[in-house]
Design a protein around this ligand. Structure first.
Ligand SMILES: Cc1cc2nc3c(=O)[nH]c(=O)nc-3n(C[C@H](O)[C@H](O)[C@H](O)COP(=O)(O)OP(=O)(O)OC[C@H]3O[C@@H](n4cnc5c(N)ncnc54)[C@H](O)[C@@H]3O)c2cc1C
Ligand SMILES: NC(=O)c1ccc[n+]([C@@H]2O[C@H](COP(=O)([O-])OP(=O)(O)OC[C@H]3O[C@@H](n4cnc5c(N)ncnc54)[C@H](OP(=O)(O)O)[C@@H]3O)[C@@H](O)[C@H]2O)c1
Length: 388
């Protein structure tokens, strides 16, 4: 077998060889008064040969906020022009460059804690050095960036390279792709919540989500990206008459917008039901017109929404699933695939519980029988989760 690349071989993009994309369009999905900012991004893939399938995610390599880099350098008492090894390529570069491109400044590595403890015997971090203090250290570091440790320990002086050696690497972030190539050739769309919070008296931002929201200039900023294949998070063949149920509150909506665009483009058979939840119908009904259009043209059979803060009591997607339990169970009995995407720690757990309740109630099953029913769904790949 020849190992030579064929002339038409598709380019492979990966962490070492990303495609450099540019944003062509970016806008708010959340409206004024929403408690957080969720945004839609479109990246141009023209000429890249980069392909994806709905259910994949896009790996995005962000850079750090230059203001945070400058503040960190000031706290170190270094200029940024000192020559060090780039944390990823190993090339000789100015300190400012590796701090911008390759080092994580928003999380503290244990190596930095140990170095500070050695340099400053009276530092509070000495209390967390022992392995038994692991949990205490985690609590202490919650909401603290590298700069906080430097400002709290002004006697800890670092050489430039020594400092870089005490940092973690700035890695890619994954975003569920929210478009279909069939609907948007040469383009990839993302749906991203901008991470912002306050801690220890400072405004903080998530690296990649604020890079996209605040530092990327449309049509200009180069963004290294590559596709990360969704393991098993796939639509059935469009010719199969299989019902699909999508449960995607918040940014969990992303892969389902891609799935629905794909279903429309392929004229997929089978019924489709979307459960979407956000805080308020007025400020956070992401892609409202598009989804209502799908309901009108039959791409969607059912569209069920849950607005958690539009009334006194919280209403979540799982409350709506329970409200429609008879129909949802009937779809499962007809062979439906149930997909869930979004928050792993609370939402996905509660949606799982709701499925058990529905199967017990509508199927007349005991809790143990419902567990077996769910296990059979998973075994048949009819319960698919993409949670983070
Ligand atoms: C497969 C997959 C798909 C995903 N798809 C999407 C998607 O479609 N859309 C989307 O928006 N996200 C998605 N994510 C999440 C995304 O990858 C990033 O994790 C997210 O955007 C945050 O990255 P960031 O770099 O902005 O924040 P980071 O710099 O990584 O900061 C986040 C960290 O900040 C800290 N933090 C946050 N809030 C607080 C607080 N109040 N107090 C103290 N510390 C806090 C926490 O340590 C948290 O882990 C997905 C993740 C995975 C794994
Ligand atoms: N790993 C990471 O770094 C990272 C980064 C970003 C997001 N995330 C996770 O992804 C989640 C998604 O964030 P998002 O901005 O898309 O939206 P979100 O915070 O999940 O909120 C979307 C909707 O879900 C509701 N909700 C809250 N708890 C719920 C529950 N137990 N069951 C069902 N619905 C529930 C929210 O209601 P209320 O808010 O009114 O309660 C809101 O209406 C975040 O909560 C976070 O956990 C992780």
């Amino acid at each position: 077998m020849s190992t030579e690349a064929t002339p038409h071989a598709k380019p492979t993009y990966n962490v070492k060889n990303p495609f450099i994309a540019k944003v062509t369009k970016a806008y708010d999905l959340s409206g004024p008064g929403a408690p957080k900012n969720t945004r839609h991004y479109e990246l141009d893939l023209t000429g890249s040969g980069l392909e994806y399938t709905p259910g994949d995610s896009l790996a995005v390599q962000p850079t750090n906020d230059p203001a945070l880099v400058a503040d960190t350098l000031a706290a170190l008492g270094l200029t940024g022009d000192e020559i060090v090894k780039h944390a990823k390529t190993g090339a000789d570069v100015p300190l400012r460059q590796t701090l911008t491109e390759a080092n994580l400044l928003t999380e503290v590595d244990n190596k930095l804690i140990k170095a500070i403890a050695e340099k400053v015997p009276h530092s509070p971090v000495n209390a967390f050095i022992a392995p038994e203090a692991k949990d205490e250290l985690k609590k202490y570091l919650w909401g603290r960036f590298v700069i906080d440790l430097l400002l709290e320990n002004p006697d800890a002086k670092f050489e430039a390279q020594e400092f870089v050696n005490c940092l973690k690497k700035l890695n890619i972030r994954l975003y569920s792709i929210s478009s279909s190539l069939k609907a948007h050739p040469e383009s990839v769309h993302l749906t991203v919540a901008t991470v912002k919070y306050q801690s220890h008296g400072r405004e903080r931002g998530g690296v990649a989500s604020t890079f996209l929201a605040e530092r990327v200039v449309v049509g200009e900023t180069p963004i290294p990206v590559f596709v990360n294949q969704g393991k098993g998070f796939r639509l059935p063949d469009p010719s199969e008459d299989v019902p699909v149920i999508f449960c995607g509150p918040g940014t969990g909506i992303a892969p389902f917008r891609a799935f629905l665009e794909e279903r429309k483009a392929t004229g997929a058979k089978g019924k489709a039901w979307l459960f979407f939840g956000e805080v308020s119908e007025k400020t956070c009904f992401f892609y409202k017109d598009q989804f209502e259009g799908y309901l009108a043209d039959g791409t969607l059979t059912n569209l069920t929404t849950a607005w958690s803060r539009d009334q006194q009591e919280k209403i979540y997607v799982q409350n709506k699933m329970l409200e429609h339990s008879a129909e949802l169970y009937a779809w499962l009995e007809q062979g439906a695939i149930f997909y869930v995407c979004g928050d792993a720690s609370r939402m996905a757990v509660d949606v799982d519980k709701a499925l058990h309740t529905i199967i017990e109630k509508e199927g007349g099953k005991t809790p143990d029988e419902a567990i077996l029913y769910m296990a059979a769904l998973k075994e048949a790949k009819r319960y698919r989760r993409d949670v983070y």
